[in-house]
Design a binder for this molecule. Sequence first.
Ligand code: ATP
Length: 369
Amino acid sequence: MAQVRLSGIGKTYPDGTSAVAGLDLDIAEGEFLVLVGPSGCGKTTALRMVAGLEEITSGTLTIGERVVNRTPARDRDVAMVFQSYALYPHLSVRDNIAFGLQLRKLPKREIKQRVEAVAETLGLTEHLDRRPRNLSGGQRQRVAMGRAIVRQPQAFLMDEPLSNLDAKLRVQMRAEISRLQRDLGVTTVYVTHDQVEAMTLGDRVAVLKKGVLQQVAPPQELYNRPANLFVAGFIGSPSMNLFQARIEADGPGARLELGGQRLAVPGALLNERPHLRDYLGGEIAVGIRPEDMDDADLGGADGGAVLTSTTDLVEALGAELLVHFRLSAPPVVTEDTKELARDAGADQVDADAPDTDTIARFSPRSQTA
Ligand code: ATP
């Protein structure tokens, strides 16, 4: 395993598309780094440059101690797992896994031993003589992993390896990849557009937008301290509610004016986050995570700030309810108030302790509680 370092890496395609710009990433030995971002943000291009499948336009790529900008893919000692698995249909599972070792002309006995050990780890032993077409999607995915693992490369590069699996299998394979990577301790760069995968797999997660790195941090830090509004809105499902607001001084504290309503900011909070004072009298964006809101009418206020809202939609997901609501509507109070977690109508939402560190400039979006 090895450290992988991207310094100022950029890619401009011949048609002038700038897919990746000035990307700096230091991936430590044995680290699991996830590259995440919306479709077209450049994550696959970045990974393919590390793999040697795409030419690097600018910057320096180092794997271990070597600068590998001009090193062909086969000499980089990295193993890539593709979304499509890229298995050879005419070869058995055994030969698919063995392929890279055969190319390197390793002794037959060693190949057999290594292939069988990997098959054992991945629960493929009884399928070794089958062809890929006779395997389930999950089993094919394991063969693709097996082919990467058996080479004992310096780094694994994975491009959305789970996206062809159904939801249940994806969760299962996600846990397997996590366990395998921990056991093998191989430096891994993993590309996904799925932020849940990113959060659960990554030691650190790098968020890209339009080819530009927005933030790289451990998952909890991304969640609790997003560097900007893009990261705040991208990480978390359902996503963070972002409101445009004014913040005005009010006695020892302040008040937020949003959606035609007022929300008190206690003096203690201002003292704890003194930089908030810089924004007094100005426009800010306020971010509130859906799980930080409760239904005040159902006893959820708990001394927190209360906003009046109109419920648009309630989605029951079993363990939780998603309540979509509007703040800007005039408050409506009806007899149904206490039933509102199940019914559309007027509602009160407790916005306890909004994380004021998510403040930035942004326009209001639809709200979800
Ligand atoms: P997705 O999740 O949809 O696969 P991505 O984040 O992996 O997206 P890339 O495939 O790296 O994004 O593409 C980044 C940008 O580069 C996109 O605007 C894409 O259209 C463009 N692009 C990709 N390949 C080429 C190419 N061969 N020639 C020109 N532009 C390209």
